[in-house]
Write a protein that binds this ligand. Structure first.
Ligand code: HEC
Ligand code: HEC
Length: 304
């Protein structure tokens, strides 16, 4: 009876939940696509699509730049004293990195822009980057496809420990740098972004040019960062939040030393008991043959 009632209630409930989930999925997708279409037409009627010509792409890039960037970086991206640096010659890869990480456009001047969702869809970021790059040669193009086939993760680890860990820490958790800057945690990044960061050296990160780090090595690092750093395998056991070897060492120290103390206490306790036993047994053994002295004493006078 109770079970039948339960089924009577549960079945419609399950159907309702399933319908709601499906609805949210469908509406959510509609919403997202509507949102991105709106983003691709920000008041202006140019869209970046695969069918648009390079000239159209550049025109779109220029318009978007005028709307969102020129107030700080100047009309021709040549900088505006005290507001934004000259972007001529930084290259498309730099612009792509600064926009895809959400660092730009800046709303309020800060010491170091924070990572946030990008303000533009990838097609518009590309258009802006290509337009800026078209103004003056320099920098790097946006990597077309970052192919990690044949990369060597152990080499990537070695290169990372040597070149990147001093700032980003060996687990990639990030760390504070001098003068209020910080090296951000290396999480949720694409292969393209990591390669762009290596080549363009944003802010006070050094530039690792092909002369310093050849392409194959750069790809080994990208491989290590996007696979091991972002999805650690925790071979040592618990991940402990990937806080790094020093903090993990402390945890190890406390747990380890604690365990040693407990073991020492336990062993010590048993030894005392054992000693008591031996002493007692020894006493008992010696018990039956006492009187050595007595006998000697009684004999002595007798013998004397
Ligand atoms: C409110 C002002 C402001 C706006 C708007 C702004 N920027 Fe910036 N931008 C800056 C400042 C300031 C820096 C230097 C930041 C730093 O070094 O931390 C900067 C740095 C950059 C850099 C790095 C330059 C380099 O030498 O590596 C790029 C690329 C960039 N901006 C692109 C853009 C683009 C593209 C837009 C528009 C989508 C934009 N910015 C909008 C102020 C602004
Ligand atoms: C001198 C310190 C320093 C070294 C060494 C360094 N970085 Fe950075 N890195 C930074 C700083 C600072 C930033 C943040 C730049 C910003 O916010 O504009 C950064 C940003 C990044 C980003 C973008 C992170 C994000 O969340 O958007 C990546 C990826 C990156 N670094 C990878 C590397 C790799 C790979 C190496 C080694 C080849 C390396 N870094 C070496 C200081 C450093």
């Amino acid at each position: 009876m109770a079970i039948r009632l339960l089924r009577l209630v549960l079945l419609p409930l399950a159907v309702l939940v399933a319908a709601a989930a499906l609805g949210t999925f469908v509406i959510g997708r509609d919403h997202v696509s509507a949102g991105s279409t709106a983003m691709e037409n920000p008041g202006m009627r140019l869209t970046a699509s695969d069918s648009s010509t390079p000239a159209q792409q550049l025109a779109l890039g220029r318009t978007l730049f005028e709307e969102s960037c020129s107030s700080c970086h100047g009309d021709n991206a040549n900088g505006k004293g005290g507001v934004g640096p000259n972007l001529q010659g930084v290259g498309a890869a730099a612009v792509d990195l600064w926009l895809s990480t959400g660092w730009m456009p800046l709303k309020t001047p800060t010491l170091q822009p924070a990572n946030k969702p990008p303000s533009f869809p990838p097609s518009e970021i590309r258009a802006i980057a290509e337009w800026v790059a078209s103004l003056k040669p320099g920098g790097y193009p946006i990597p077309q496809s970052v192919n990690l086939a044949g990369t060597k993760e152990p080499t990537g680890f070695d290169l990372f420990s040597l070149n990147c860990a001093p700032c980003h820490t060996i687990t990639g958790a990030g760390d504070a740098l001098a003068n209020g800057y910080h090296a951000p945690p290396l999480r949720g990044l694409t292969k393209t972004q990591v390669l762009e960061a290596i080549r363009t050296g944003p802010q006070n990160m050094p530039v690792f040019s092909p002369g310093i780090m050849p392409k194959s090595q750069a790809l080994d690092v990208v491989d290590y960062v996007t696979k091991e750093i972002e999805h650690p395998t925790d071979i040592g056991g618990l991940g402990l939040g990937q806080v790094g070897p020093v903090a993990e060492g402390f945890v190890g120290l406390f747990v380890g030393v604690g365990a040693c103390l407990l073991a020492a206490y336990w062993v010590g306790d048993r030894t005392v008991e054992d000693e008591d036993d031996t002493v007692k047994r020894h006493d008992e053994e010696e018990g039956p043959e006492p009187g050595d002295g007595d006998t000697a004493e009684t004999i002595a006078p007798g013998g004397a």
